[in-house]
Design a protein around this ligand. Structure first.
Ligand code: PLP
Length: 423
């Protein structure tokens, strides 16, 4: 009999996967807490929250119960001309916990669409007020998603090369990592003019770009500068939202406030696909008119899906609980302690931490890139020891669900140390 993995290979094309050389995918049959179980009964500690989405553990009974009840009440309804309790309640509960000035919630399906919506809101804002602006400024090595608009504002790389001719023009400044702050500021200053519609950034942590981290002070300065030229500020908190950086949102580390925000991933606790774009009142107001052409003509079939909104509400209950808040601080301080341990290893470079995210580079001889084979060595070594991590090239990082126990964390750290000893 064929295994599920073999049946998969016959019919499925996986994301970010070279199907010719990829090993058979591991078939996961269930999950509980931070642990995944495969067909053969093997366990894996999910140290990357299943691509940064999971907050409270897999198959969380409280979220399951809430979604299940919603499923028997209202599974979906068109969101133009209609509304429903979960969508309204989620918006009512999100706005007060976001940075000031976020006044309206627009729903979509995922992180990329949340970014698309933010970009369309920004461009059309300028269009609607009769002062069209066409340029966006972004950070080098940014990642904002895989749809065309989101790809356009992301860092240009081997991943985007086939599409370069189709991506709109974006200007880049260096990520303002320690030592490059002045350079980033100077470059931004040089690029700003009255054609810049928006400045988009992943606040404090650039995820897919390699868990690149920078300080709130320099981001405040960049935001101030961009705003002085009128640019709208888009904080892409798709990854950093919901506690990852130690605060509820990375923007809470800032004194400056974004005009638009993008949320997804942890929004539903990692249960279901949902995207949110929020905006300041002034942006919303620019779309109010007797003129129908000032409407935001954007929507998805599953906009504000009631099941996803319910999952988000349930996840929010858990996120705001004392227990989760304590867990976030616990993981952050365990990470902090582990950074001391990491410093003893010669092959470890550039150790960095922001809240529950810990990252470092593995020093390698030769080329360092996503395609570096140290990535495969580390990935396989850890997987064989029941730890799911997925290095970004030579960047190893832990981004755990908040329910990960001290025992599990200790185990993960120990496997990482064993890996480092072999390098
Ligand atoms: C993952 C990610 C996205 C894209 O989200 P998807 O749901 O994968 O489309 C956008 N921005 C950031 C910062 C992300 O980490």
């Amino acid at each position: 009999m064929q295994t599920l993995s073999e049946r998969d290979q016959a019919v499925i094309w996986h994301p970010f996967t070279q199907m010719q050389t990829a090993p058979l995918p591991i078939s996961i049959t269930r999950g509980e807490g931070a642990v995944l179980y495969d067909e053969a009964g093997n366990q894996y500690i999910d140290a990357i929250s299943s691509w940064w989405v999971n907050l409270h553990g897999h198959a969380h009974p409280y979220i399951a119960e809430r979604v299940s009840a919603q499923l028997r009440t209202l599974e979906h309804v068109i969101f133009a001309g209609f509304t429903h309790q979960p969508a309204v309640e989620l918006a009512e509960r999100l706005l007060p916990i976001l940075p000031n000035h976020q006044a309206k919630v627009f729903y979509s399906d995922n992180g990329s669409t949340a970014v698309e919506v933010a970009l369309k809101m920004a461009f059309q804002y300028w269009h609607n007020i009769g002062q069209p602006r066409t340029k966006v400024i972004a950070l080098d090595d940014a990642y904002h998603g895989d749809t065309f608009g989101a790809m356009a504002v992301g860092g240009r790389s081997a991943f985007t090369a086939p599409f370069t001719p189709f991506l709109f023009e974006v200007d880049y400044i260096p990520a303002p990592v320690p030592g490059r702050e002045e350079e980033a500021l100077a470059k931004l200053e040089a690029l700003l003019d009255d054609n810049v519609a928006a400045f988009i950034f992943e606040p404090l942590v650039q995820g897919a770009g390699g868990m690149v981290m920078y300080q709130p002070e320099i981001l405040n300065k960049l935001m101030q500068l961009a705003r002085s030229a009128g640019a709208l500020l888009i904080a892409d908190e798709v990854m950093t939202g919901f506690g990852r950086t130690g605060r509820l949102f990375a923007s809470h580390h800032l004194t400056e406030q974004p005009d638009l925000m993008c949320l997804s991933k942890g929004l539903t606790g990692g249960t279901m696909a949902l995207g949110v774009t929020t905006c300041a009142q002034a942006i919303y107001d620019a779309f109010l008119s007797d003129d129908k052409f000032k409407t935001l003509f954007h929507g998805h079939s599953f906009t504000a899906n009631p099941l996803a909104c319910t999952a988000a509400l349930a996840s929010l209950d858990l996120t705001l609980s004392d227990e989760t808040q304590r867990n976030i601080q616990r993981i952050a301080s365990r990470h902090e302690h582990f950074t001391q341990v990491l410093q003893r290893y010669g092959c470890v470079r550039n150790i960095r931490q922001q809240g529950t995210i810990l990252a470092f580079d593995l020093a390698t001889s030769g080329q360092t890139s996503y395609f570096n084979n140290i990535r495969d060595i580390a990935y396989n070594f850890l997987l064989e020891r029941s730890v799911l991590m997925r290095p970004l090239g030579n960047v190893l990082y832990i981004l755990p669900p908040y329910c990960m126990t001290d025992e599990q964390l200790t185990y993960v750290y120990a496997q990482i140390e064993d890996l480092l000893k072999t390098l």
